[in-house]
Design a protein around this ligand. Structure first.
Ligand code: ADP
Ligand code: MG
Length: 452
């Protein structure tokens, strides 16, 4: 076996052991540089890949290589590949410097008209870490075998954490493998306005018939169905029609089905009837991995300290990670040079130190009220209604935890209560979090909303 065959054989095997996305992320641009005296040197595209392979995959790589060729005793990774240095890569530029404009904008043209699929959202470009691996694995299983594994698949998580990306990736993957499958992606707002219009025009049946013979249906952000009774009813029938024919349904939401308020019970139980997978917040390591991968995708490179700075400071939204990268890219293009850390900090000031990112009592109260579908004023009033008591305790908990507010202040804020009430609320919630997973999850979803 020559070195190239050896590496191909290793790649073929390792694919069975790791996810497709991780394979694409970490092994795509690798090859064997040399093999000598029991040592194999793998060439990798950059330092980051090198570290990642050394720390995460070395054991596995070694095991496979050794099983293919017993002489191999050691594996090394090297970034020295002439001509492939990151700095030599051309700078690609984005149309927009505005952090709030998603990249989708300038790729819109490519979005498929009937399916609404954007080819940019694939499994290959989806980075997997501990925070999203369950959702990714479930999505991948569904894409491989639509209608047969988990139905429906329900993916939930906060804003900008990859729900739409995953839904679309499923659609793109199915359509790549089985082009004749009928696939449709839509948002629940679009679905709702379709229903509303068709009611106006007396052709609800016609509208629903558009969904009759779909093989894979993806509905994004179903939390917006909350309170829309008529739409929920029609959706229930669409859902059943497809479900009974073993057609695949994939849903996303910013919260689990049980936390969507004003959702018909029969629909909720449908949503819960398949697989529910969450996406939580990415850890620092994965944020860095995402930044590196996106930079590579855009063919730009920035110093490690800059990427580390971004990853350390943008913690709860992957879209904003991309936004930060876009700003730096724009600078690089305009000035024909890479920003240093100081310049990068200035460029990203608005993104990173934006005042909207700081919590205050009003934001906390609003977020808790929205989450539990209550009125803000009820939350801070004297009422002892059971459905309000607990959300109020949670709001009190947040004021203490996030703002370090004093207990007398908290008491006063919530209908002039005594500080002991605030202490009791804080302790109760803090204690319960340790054992109640549902509560922990609610707390983290609310926290995301507070810091949006
Ligand atoms: P959501 O629908 O949850 O609000 P999106 O799917 O729109 O979030 O993701 C926001 C942006 O972040 C998109 O550009 C998406 O491609 C990117 N993104 C999210 N998660 C990942 C990931 N795991 N790997 C790579 N890119 C990601
Ligand atoms: Mg989305």
């Amino acid at each position: 076996m020559n070195t190239e065959e050896l590496w191909q054989a290793m790649l073929a095997q390792i694919q069975f052991n790791i996810s497709k996305a991780n394979f694409a992320t970490w092994f795509k641009n690798t090859e064997v540089l040399a093999k000598k005296d029991g040592q194999v040197i793998i060439s990798v595209p950059n330092n980051f890949s090198k570290e990642w392979l050394e720390n995460k995959y070395n054991k596995l790589i070694f095991k496979i290589l050794h099983s293919l060729d017993e002489e191999i005793k050691e594996v090394k990774y090297s970034v020295d590949r002439p001509g492939l240095k990151a700095s030599a890569a051309p700078v690609a530029v984005l149309e927009s410097y505005d952090n709030d404009v998603p990249q989708l904008e300038f790729q819109e043209l490519k979005i498929h008209k009937e399916s609404n699929l954007n080819p940019r959202y694939t499994f290959e470009s989806f980075i997997v870490g501990p925070f999203n691996e369950l959702a990714q694995a479930a999505a991948w299983a569904v894409a491989k075998n639509p209608g047969a594994t988990y139905n429906p698949l329900f993916i939930y998580g906060g804003v900008g954490l990859g729900k739409t990306h995953l839904l679309q990736a499923i659609g793109n993957e199915v359509s790549r493998k089985i082009p004749q499958k009928k696939i449709k992606y839509t948002s629940s707002e679009k679905f709702t306005s379709g229903i509303v219009n068709s009611i106006k025009n007396h052709d609800v049946e016609k509208f629903k018939s558009l969904y009759q013979d779909i093989d894979v249906l993806m509905i994004d952000d179903v939390q917006f169905l909350s309170g829309k009774e008529k739409t929920q009813e029609e959706f229930f029938h669409v859902f059943n029609g497809l479900y009974e024919k073993n057609k695949q349904i994939i849903l996303s939401s910013d919260r689990p089905p049980k936390a969507i308020s004003a959702l018909e019970e029969r629909l909720r139980s449908r949503f819960e009837g398949g697989m529910i997978a969450d996406i939580s917040l990415p850890d620092l390591e994965t944020r860095l991995a995402i930044l590196k991968a996106k930079a590579q995708e855009k063919r730009v490179s920035f110093a490690d300290d800059i990427l580390e700075y971004i990853a350390a400071n943008i913690q709860i939204n992957i879209r904003e990670l991309e936004g930060a990268l876009n700003r730096l890219t724009a600078y690089q293009k305009l000035n024909n040079k890479s920003p240093d850390l100081e310049i990068a900090k200035t460029l990203l000031k608005n993104v990173i130190f934006s005042p909207k990112r700081l919590a205050n009592p009003e934001k906390i109260i609003r977020a808790v009220a929205v989450f539990y579908d209550l009125k803000e004023r009820d939350l801070i009033a004297v009422s002892r209604k059971k459905e309000i008591v607990r959300p109020r305790q949670i709001a009190m908990y947040f004021l203490r935890k996030e703002l370090k507010s004093s207990f007398p202040f908290i008491g006063k804020k919530f209908g002039g209560k005594d500080h002991t009430t605030a202490i009791h609320a804080y302790n109760k919630i803090a204690k319960e979090i340790e054992t109640n997973e549902n509560l922990t999850e609610e707390i983290s979803l609310i926290k995301e909303q507070i810091y949006r």
